[in-house]
Each structure stands twice: as structure tokens, then as C-alpha cells.
Write a protein that binds this ligand. Structure first.
Ligand code: HEC
Length: 262
């Protein structure tokens, strides 16, 4: 089977190291534990990817809860924010490990210097209002009203980007937003999943689907590969339901392994 040949060793994909969040947050409480370069990078990532929904000011929630002093905090516990039951009852404490798993990220292959990014493509109609709404720093501000297109029209993209030049090596449109993690192996296989419940093994060189498996629930969490006793496994989450992206199924972790060598 093609996938078997391509598997090889794995990289720690599905990683957006939590250290940058720690850096971002710690920067504001003045911890000397991280280099300034990291802090600057963390700040940029936060501004680009999180600030539309989160502030780092205590007591100021946006669409998401305030992330002030989030490091070391119990998940889902700000009294003035209405969390999903899943987060409120998760029992998690935010540290480097739990944040790494919670924040699904892109994957990077050092062998081919390619960054694999799953994305969401969801349009909406923006309407200017006569009376502009009140501006609140760091909260969503559209200058009027926004009506998102129906969720069924939302799409995803799976993209392979040359990390040295920034050019797109290949990109594939997906019938659903892609919100799960991605992991890539040194043998050139990409693992991810979609909101149509499919776990996917993809040829990292061209984006072709090599294998898919209906897990019975939406995939929107982490995807990892690991080895125990010389045998390689791939684990994914299924049944990740969100108020924003929808979804279905029962929370489950699904683990795949390769048949043992004869
Ligand atoms: C589209 C809006 C949106 C974006 C963008 C976003 N978040 Fe969130 N975030 C949320 C929502 C909504 C929740 C609450 C989820 C719940 O209740 O289940 C949340 C919860 C969290 C929590 C848990 C906080 C707590 O009090 O337990 C953390 C940590 C977090 N987000 C970090 C981030 C980081 C870091 C980024 C940027 C990489 C980010 N988020 C981007 C909407 C967003």
C-alpha cells in the first residue's frame, strides 16, 4: 500500500507551540523566561490569529473569553463568560501541554520545507449602518452589521506552502471548513480530518487523498502520530462539536495502526 511506503518517521506535526502563547501572555506580566524575539513573534501571531476574538485585558471578553493570565488558569472558569458545557466541564488547566493540544495548528515538514495549513473559507455580507456601532478596542468591529452566509456554504482549504519562498506548492478546496489539526510524516503522508466525519491520509507532495475513513463524528481536534514498541499509530479526535462550526457525533478518540510486518 502506498501509504505504508510513505509513512516513515513522523514529525511532531499538529503543533502551534504553546510557548508563543505563554510568551504573549507572559510578556504582559513581565516574565523574563523567554527571549525577546519569541515574545515579538508571539505578539504578532496573537494579533493576527486571536485578537479578533480575544483580549488580554482582565475582565474584557470579546467573542471569546479574556486571555489575561490564562497560563495556569483552569479552563472555562471566568465567571463573566458563558462557556460551552464541554469547556466548562473539561477539568483542564491551561499549561504548555494542554494549550498545544487545544490550539490545533499547521504542520511543517523539514524534509521538504513545506508548511501545511488547513483553513476556513466562509463569506458573509457586511452592511454599513447609519449609526455606527460603538467601538470597543479588541472586540469585533465591522462598522455595521454582518450576516454570515449559511454554514452549509462554508468551505475549507488544504494548502501546502513553500516555507522558504511563501509560494503555494498546491492547494485543494474542501467541501467543509477544515478545523482539525494536521500532522505530516517524513515519508510524505499528511493526516487530518474534516467536518464530514472523514479521517484523511493525504499525499503530502500533491494533496491527493490516499485513504479516508468515516469516523462517525466531525473531526475538529488534534491529529498525532506516535510509536510504541516499534509500531506506529495515528490518533485523531471525532465528535468535536462547536457552536460556531457545528458538527455531530459522540466525543471519541480513534486510533489507527499499521498491520505488523510479516
Ligand atoms: C473566531 C473566534 C476565535 C478566535 C479567532 C480564537 N478564539 Fe479562542 N475561544 C473562542 C471562543 C468562542 C472560546 C470559548 C469556547 C468555549 O466556551 O467552548 C475560546 C476559548 C479559548 C481559550 C480557553 C479560555 C478559557 O478561559 O478557558 C483559549 C486558551 C483560547 N481560546 C485561545 C485562543 C488563541 C491562543 C487563539 C489564537 C490562536 C484563539 N483562541 C483564537 C473564540 C476564538
Amino acid at each position: 500500500m502506498e501509504i505504508l511506503k510513505m509513512l516513515g518517521g513522523r514529525y511532531s506535526g499538529s503543533k502551534r507551540p504553546a510557548s508563543w502563547l505563554a510568551v504573549t501572555v507572559l510578556t504582559y506580566i513581565g516574565s523574563p523566561a523567554y527571549a525577546e524575539g519569541d515574545a515579538a513573534a508571539g505578539k504578532t501571531v496573537f494579533a493576527n490569529q486571536c485578537a479578533s476574538c480575544h483580549t488580554i485585558e482582565a475582565g474584557k471578553n470579546g467573542f471569546g473569553p479574556s486571555l489575561a493570565a490564562v497560563f495556569g488558569r483552569k479552563a472555562g472558569t471566568l465567571p463573566d463568560y458563558k462557556y460551552s458545557p464541554a469547556l466548562a466541564q473539561s477539568g483542564l488547566t491551561w499549561d504548555e501541554k494542554t494549550l498545544d493540544v487545544f490550539l490545533n495548528g499547521p504542520a511543517y515538514s523539514p524534509a521538504t520545507r513545506t508548511l501545511y495549513v488547513a483553513a476556513v473559507d466562509w463569506c458573509g455580507t457586511f452592511t454599513k449602518s447609519d449609526q455606527p456601532p460603538q467601538f470597543v478596542a479588541n472586540a469585533h468591529y465591522y462598522g455595521g452589521a454582518v450576516t454570515p452566509d449559511p454554514r452549509e456554504q462554508a468551505r475549507g482549504w488544504l494548502q501546502a506552502i513553500d516555507a522558504t519562498t511563501g509560494t503555494m506548492r498546491w492547494r485543494r478546496q474542501w467541501p467543509t471548513p477544515l478545523v482539525g489539526g494536521i500532522t505530516v510524516t517524513s515519508g510524505g503522508v499528511l493526516f487530518t480530518g474534516d467536518l464530514n466525519n472523514d479521517f484523511l491520509a493525504i499525499d503530502a507532495s500533491n494533496g491527493k487523498t490516499l485513504y479516508h475513513f468515516n469516523t462517525g463524528g466531525t473531526i475538529g481536534g488534534g491529529v498525532i502520530s506516535y510509536e510504541i514498541g516499534g509500531k506506529q499509530y495515528v490518533a485523531t479526535t471525532s465528535g468535536v462539536v462547536s457552536g460556531f462550526f457545528g458538527g455531530s457525533g459522540t466525543s471519541a478518540i480513534i486510533i489507527f495502526s499499521l498491520p505488523s510486518a510479516p
